[in-house]
Write a new protein. Structure first.
Length: 611
């Protein structure tokens, strides 16, 4: 096993004179002005298209408006919006004039927005709709640097374009040429899963290197008119990255989807080849297919097909979760796969639209068994690893070397090493330069020789494949001194179709326990199978013994994979769900373990550990 690895390839992916706007000019040079580059979901459900030339013309017009408004190189500008094409236009316009993009999650409160506006010293804020505009307006007087709030739905972009009529092409081009790779491009505020949000400073070099590293690592995903359906919030570094990834390709198209509630129908109309999502999105697709199959004959066929999909994926891909080299399937396996393809697999694939080829999971760890399932039914599931501090993905599994259970190898020229304590440390062109206004935190996060401490525990195999084994701060130490990594058990339990979240607890306790929250959609499908009405409340469902029995099956599966000392001895079902309001979920839907332990401390102590 290696303790340090640098991926082959150039150590410098970005020229000093480049900036994010270069992605757009490069795309124009590659494909010309008439190729479609983006589509936007309209209110009537149709998709409108915009060519590369049209996109660039609007970006330049908005950029001129920003100059006319008085935005100087280095000024901070906030976007507070859902995912929509205007977000992308503003993003590139801000890059062109050298402004610093400061995104705010569309779900953030007024208080959270105020903190970000003040910490970043934003001069201009742009909200998408009245509700978010009012949220910003309520804190306007408390933001000393904020001069103006604009609203996209009230023609903010058109207002900027009108202002920009007084700015010449020459003045804009001069500004663009002044913006260099090492200028600050964005301050991305982390979602705070381990404490208060921190502003991660990312330069144009960081962002561009991350994008180009991915393009060199997984080029198949953006070739041959790739179509990405983008619904993750663009305030998230991962969503911004994949936008740049497709726009910088030769002929890819980004579909901007403002409302995830219509996602199933939109996958059919947009027809993506590539979908980026958090693991919970893919878990819900699997659970929906399982519920639809039911518990009778169809259910047994589905279960058999699911198990064989994992076997097939292990055969053709290998994997680090079950150390076994890839090899050709037998004739019997091929026949079996063809049968399940006809009966099950093609139907599940069709849920993502008729042209789906690749899925990519980010934001949280993905259960290897679920990765094997999707690979086994014919959709390549790409895993990766990254942080806001690395401008999103840093390592990737490759479609032709898909080591499920790992997060793949670092991108070209990027380095990883494992410290003496097992912590992953990383170095390269994608790594952030600092935390905004937090010099002590910056110093604490970097080693004396310049490596970023990630806080993740990891291992490296002999070929440089990286496996994340847990969070250093997530390790549970029982009263008996047993160290327990909760994530693998939580992933197994969360496969239960009626469970929304599973959280393993037990720090300084005599044994391991767990909290469960219930999935409302899953319950509505499952309750009639036990003779109960589908519209039972969460409180009524939680009291049913059948609910506990159903969850116990999955707890038993998790316990079968660990020692007695690590197994879940007792679990409880709680009726209050995790949310951003109670601090238990981040805007990117990561579970905040310290908050869960704090918010539900009484129930944990009273219902799990009372003697």
């Amino acid at each position: 096993m290696l303790t340090e690895y640098t991926a082959p390839g150039p150590s410098k992916l970005v020229d000093d004179h480049e900036n994010k706007y270069t992605f757009l000019t490069d795309r124009l040079a590659k494909s010309g002005p008439d190729e479609v580059i983006a589509e936007n979901k309209e209110a009537d459900g149709t998709w409108s298209t915009i060519t590369t030339g049209e996109f660039n013309d609007r970006v330049r017009a908005i950029a001129k408006g920003l100059i006319a408004f008085g935005i100087k190189k280095g000024d901070a500008v906030t976007i507070f919006s859902s995912t929509r094409i205007e977000w992308g236009l503003l993003d590139f316009a801000l890059a062109a004039v050298g402004a610093v993009l400061v995104p705010i999650y569309d779900t953030d409160s007024a208080a959270q927005a105020k903190h970000i506006l003040n910490d970043s010293a934003s001069r201009l804020a742009i909200a998408d709709n009245r509700e978010r505009f009012d949220r910003l307006d309520s804190v306007f007087d408390a933001c000393a640097n904020l001069e103006r709030i604009l609203m996209i739905d009230a023609h903010a972009l058109e207002t900027l374009e009108g202002l920009g009529l007084m700015v010449s092409d020459e003045e804009l081009d001069e500004r663009i040429s002044s913006v260099t790779a090492d200028d600050l491009a964005t301050i991305v505020y982390t979602s705070g899963s381990t404490g208060a949000p921190k502003g991660v400073e990312l330069t144009h070099r960081n962002v561009m290197a991350s994008t180009r590293s991915a393009a060199m690592s997984v080029p198949e995903t953006i070739e041959n008119h790739a179509r990405l359906l983008l619904f993750l919030p663009l305030a998230h570094c991962f969503a911004q990255f994949v936008q740049y990834f497709v726009i910088s390709s030769e002929d890819g198209v980004v579909g901007y989807l403002p409302n995830i509630k219509t996602l199933p129908a939109d996958m059919q109309t947009f027809k993506p080849t590539f979908i980026l999502g958090v693991p919970r999105v893919f878990e819900k697709v699997y659970n929906a297919a399982s519920r639809k199959a039911g518990t009778g004959f169809k259910g047994r066929i589905f279960q058999a097909a699911t198990e064989f999909a994992g076997e097939w994926s292990h055969t053709v891909n290998g994997g680090t979760d079950v150390p076994e080299p890839a090899h050709d399937p037998t004739k019997q396996q091929r026949r079996k796969h063809a049968l399940y393809e006809h009966l099950v697999y093609r139907t599940i694939r069709s849920a993502f639209g008729p042209n789906i080829k690749y899925l990519a999971a980010g934001g949280a760890p993905m259960d290897p068994a679920l990765c094997h399932f999707f690979n086994g039914i014919g959709i390549t599931m790409i895993q990766g690893y990254g942080m806001s501090e690395t401008a999103a993905p840093f390592a990737f599994t490759r479609p032709n070397d898909n080591r499920i259970g790992s997060v793949g190898r670092p991108g070209p020229g990027l380095s990883v090493r494992i410290s003496d304590t097992g912590e992953l440390e990383i170095k390269g062109e994608t790594v952030s330069r600092a935390y905004h206004n937090l010099p002590d935190k910056t110093e604490e996060t970097f080693t004396d020789d310049g490596w970023l401490r990630t806080g993740d525990l990891a291992s490296l195999d002999d070929e440089g494949n990286l496996s994340i084994t847990g969070r250093a701060k997530d390790i549970i130490i029982t009263a008996g001194g047993k160290n327990v990594s909760p994530l693998p058990m939580e992933q197994t339990i969360a496969k239960c179709p009626i469970v929304e979240h599973a959280v393993v607890v037990g720090d300084n306790k005599p044994f391991i326990g767990a909290l469960m929250t219930l999935d409302k959609e899953g319950l509505e499908q499952w309750l009639p199978t036990i003779g109960q009405p589908a519209d039972l409340s969460i409180e009524q469902a939680a009291a049913l013994p059948e609910v506990a029995q159903e969850i116990q099956h999955y707890v038993d599966k998790a316990n079968a994979e660990v020692s007695r000392a690590e197994s879940v001895r007792k679990f409880i079902v709680i009726t209050q769900n995790f949310s951003q309001d109670n601090g238990c979920l981040t805007p990117s839907m990561k579970m905040v373990r310290p908050a869960v332990n704090r918010v539900f401390a009484d129930e944990i102590n009273r219902r799990i550990y009372t003697r």
